[in-house]
Design a protein around this ligand. Structure first.
Ligand SMILES: Cc1cc2nc3c(=O)[nH]c(=O)nc-3n(C[C@H](O)[C@H](O)[C@H](O)COP(=O)(O)O)c2cc1C
Length: 175
């Protein structure tokens, strides 16, 4: 499978079987996150594995994880993020998003379903799991065996904008 095949195959999965995620497959996903690029190689990501029934239940009260048997909580350690010197711009949310992208693609590559979830209140999740004060939770990745057919790689023909809506040559902007 080429990279483009994988990128087109990956889709959000929002229904999972109860089957636990194979630790060997989780290891592949985590390794894909480990090698992700981060600003100045700061590696500020802190990933919390949530797979105990009670923890998943508690998490489900503050975030929709679609009944997944495993959720990864991706935080940025604010003490480790790269801050741009001239305006203090903090790359924590970008670094963690790049890590997320690697992991979602890896999940698709090993045949697991996953969905990226940002719709939660970070302070609630932080308090729920008593996270270290410098860790800011940005993303959840709900992972499991898909309980629904996967979306078609051909869906991008209609579900994504054509390139001419998002990519420009300077001469067209300058017009
Ligand atoms: C930054 C980001 C945040 C997202 N947050 C959520 C979310 O909170 N809940 C959800 O169900 N899906 C969420 N998604 C999944 C998107 O809705 C989904 O990727 C998009 O609709 C395209 O569909 P596809 O992933 O099947 O190609 C998020 C995706 C991204 C990249």
């Amino acid at each position: 499978m080429t990279f483009l095949d994988l990128a087109k195959k990956r889709c959000s999965v929002r229904s999972f079987t109860k089957e636990p995620v194979d630790p060997a497959l989780l290891a592949v996903i985590l390794e894909a996150g480990r090698v992700a690029p981060t600003a100045a190689n700061s590696q500020s990501q802190r990933i919390v594995i949530i797979d105990e029934k009670e923890d998943l239940r508690l998490l489900s009260e503050v975030a929709q994880i679609y009944g997944a048997p495993l959720a990864l909580l991706i935080c940025a350690d604010q003490d480790a993020t790269w801050k741009r010197s001239f305006d203090n711009f903090d790359t924590g949310p970008i670094d963690t998003a790049v890590v997320m992208t690697h992991m979602t693609l890896a999940a698709a590559d090993v045949g697991l379903g996953a969905v990226w979830v940002d719709y939660f209140k970070p302070e609630k999740v932080k308090a729920l799991f008593n996270l270290p004060s410098s860790w800011h939770p940005f993303h959840l990745l709900a992972i499991g065996k898909p309980n629904v057919p996967l979306k078609s790689p051909d869906r991008h023909a209609t579900l994504r904008l054509p390139l001419d809506k998002t990519v420009f040559r300077l001469e067209d902007i300058r017009k």
